[in-house]
Write a protein that binds this ligand. Structure first.
Ligand code: ZN
Ligand code: ZN
Length: 94
């Protein structure tokens, strides 16, 4: 089952394909963390069949370094798909 996650900060939701719910897109995360967001989005589109809008959303919500909120930069408490305890933004803390 594809899972849907809602970001309380953006007031938008995202439905992840099963492949992304069950595994970490290492290359996407790596590219995102060196500020190559266009390339990161491309890997999601090609490898996981994610549409452009969703790829952009996912890339924007990848924690900017492991454990740091993509929105406010403060510490996250959990690995994986989680919500920031400070701004309640959705994070892919992969
Ligand atoms: Zn958000
Ligand atoms: Zn935050």
């Amino acid at each position: 089952m594809a899972e849907t996650y809602f970001c309380h900060h953006c007031q938008q939701s995202i439905t992840l394909p099963d492949a992304l719910d069950n595994s970490i897109p290492d290359e996407t995360v790596r590219l995102s963390r060196i500020n190559r967001n266009i390339d990161a989005m491309f890997t999601l589109q090609v490898k996981f069949g994610v549409g452009l809008g969703d790829a952009k959303f996912i890339t924007q919500h990848i924690s900017k370094s492991k454990g740091r909120c993509a929105n406010c930069g403060k510490n996250l408490l959990e690995d994986g798909i989680t919500y920031c305890p400070h701004c309640s933004g959705l994070n892919f803390n992969w």
